[in-house]
Design a protein around this ligand. Sequence first.
Ligand SMILES: [Zn+2]
Length: 129
Amino acid sequence: MHEVSIAQGILDIITANAREHGFRRVNSVSLRIGRASGVVVEALRFAFEIVRKDTIADNADLLIEEVPLGGVCLDCKNNFTTERDYILECPLCGSVSFKITQGRELEIIELDVEEEYEGKGCNKNPGGK
Ligand SMILES: [Zn+2]
């Protein structure tokens, strides 16, 4: 089940970002996942719930935007999308000359995080000139 390694990859990115930007909690993670990316959304949610345990993301929701598969036809020049997870021909003119333009995404769009420790001023470098 490769969703586990994807979930782990997402978590690694979150942790690296947390280290770099100094946040300590993640409220939600927004993802964009193409229908033809090969990722099973439910399996990914399940895997993420397992890998997030005892990390800064242990309460983080996965907000997933699914992108339908789509392309542009090189013959009739139309853009199209499909509910299926494959395209064999242009649904408008039946041509087999087309280019896939969307549906294979797997990206983190946004991390909703909780900033730094409240109260105590942390040692921020007043980034000198
Ligand atoms: Zn066409």
